[in-house]
Design a binder for this molecule. Sequence first.
Ligand code: 4AD
Ligand code: MG
Length: 419
Amino acid sequence: MGWVIRKREHGNIVFIDLRTVKEPWNPLQIVIKKEKIREETWRNLKKITRESSLLVEGELVENPRAPRGIELYARNIDITHIAETPYPLGKKSHPPEVLMQWRHLAIRSNRYTKIWVIRDHLLRLAREYFMVNNWYEVSPPIIVSTAVEGGATLFEIKYFDNSKAYLSQSAQLYLEVMVFSLGKVWSLTPSFRAEKSRTRRHLAEYWHLEAEAAWYRFKDNLRVQEELISYIIQGLLKNPVTRHIIEEFRGNIEHLEEIKPPFKRISYDEAIDILQQHNVDIRWGDDIGADEEKVLSEEIGQPFFLTHFPSHLKPFYVKLDPKGPETCLAADLLAPEGYGEIIGGSEREDNIDILVDRIRKEGFDPEAYSWYLDLRRYGSVPHSGFGLGVERLIWWILKLDHIRDTIPFPRLARVKKFI
Ligand code: 4AD
Ligand code: MG
C-alpha cells in the first residue's frame, strides 16, 4: 500500500518508487515487467501519476543495488486513485514560502517524513524514560487563568461571556500542584507564546515536555535533565532506523555519540567572562540572548547547563540563591553547535513572602495566584522542575536550519494564514 513518488518507463519494464504505509521513510522500488502482469494492468500503468495511490501485490526480491536492499516484483497492481496533474509540488526544490503554502502536501516529502519519524521516536523515548524511572504522567489544562512566563507573550482568549483567560505558556504551576498528590510528575502539552520576534527558534505553539518533583533540589533537577537528554539521544542512535536518518541529516553522529551525563555546568558569572573574552559587549546583569548563547554554545562544544542567573532575569517562581538573592537557582540547558537553549528549569521559591513580592514586581496581582500561594501554606516542600522544548531538541539533533521544519503545522507570528 503506498503512493507513487516516481515512475520510470524503460520499454517493457517500469519502475515505481513507492512511499509505503509500512516503512514510509524508505521508498520501495516496484519492478513491473510487461510479461508478468495482465495486459489491462500494463495499459493502466500509463495513467499513473505522481502521488497516485496503489495496492501492489508481488514478490519481494533481494537486490543490493535497490535503495532498500529489496524490491518488489509486481504480479498485480490495483490503482486506488489517480492523482491530478500537475502535482503542486512537482519540481525538485521549493522556497520556504511555497512549502508553507502547500504544507498539507509538503508534509509527505521524504525529508519531512523522516523528520516525523524522528519526532515520533523521540517522544516515545521521553515517555519511556519517565516510565522507567517511576514518574507519573499528568494532564494539565491549556486554558488557564494566570501567566507563568511574563505578560509579554501571553495569548488572551475570550472565555464565555465577559471573562478572559489565556492559552498556557507552561504547565509548570499545575505540575507544582500535582507534586503534592503524586510526588514526581511530568506532562507533554502544547505551550503558547505570542512571540513577535521572527527567529529561527521561536514558534507561537510548541510542544512542551515538563517535569516537577517534590524534595528535588537544584542539583537533582539537573541530573534528571542530563539523564533524560542522554537517554533520548542514545535511544535514537541505538535504533538503526533513527540512527540512519540522523546520520543522513547531520553528516556524522560522532558528536551525538559522546553525549552522556554529567554535562558541564557553567555559571552565569563564568559565561560573562567567556563572552567578554570573545569581545562580546556584555556586562553582569545583562540578559544572555540568542546571539550570546550561540557564542557560548559553539565555544563549549557539548550540551551544558548555564546556572545561577541574576534573579531579575528569571520569573517570580525561581528560588533565590540562599548564598545571596542577586542570583537565583535557575539553569538553562544549552545545546552545542550554536543551537542554544533547549531546556529552562529551576528550584522553586518556597518562601511565601518572597513569592508575593516577586509576583507584584512582575506586575501581576497576587490575588490571582492565591491557589498557587496555598501550595506554600499546606505542606510546602522544596521542589524543582524544568521544561524542554520538543521542537528545539529535534531542531538541534537533526541540525535543521529553521524550527518550523520540526513540526507538521507550525504557527509563526508572520504567517497569518494557516490550515
Ligand atoms: O524557558 P521557558 O520559558 O521555561 C518555562 O516555561 C518553565 N516554566 C518550564 C518549567 O520549568 N516547567 O521554556 C522552556 C523551554 C525553553 O527552554 C525552550 O526549549 C522552549 O521551552 N521554548 C520554545 N520553543 C519553541 N518556541 C518558543 N516560542 C519557545 N519558548 C520556549
Ligand atoms: Mg527560558
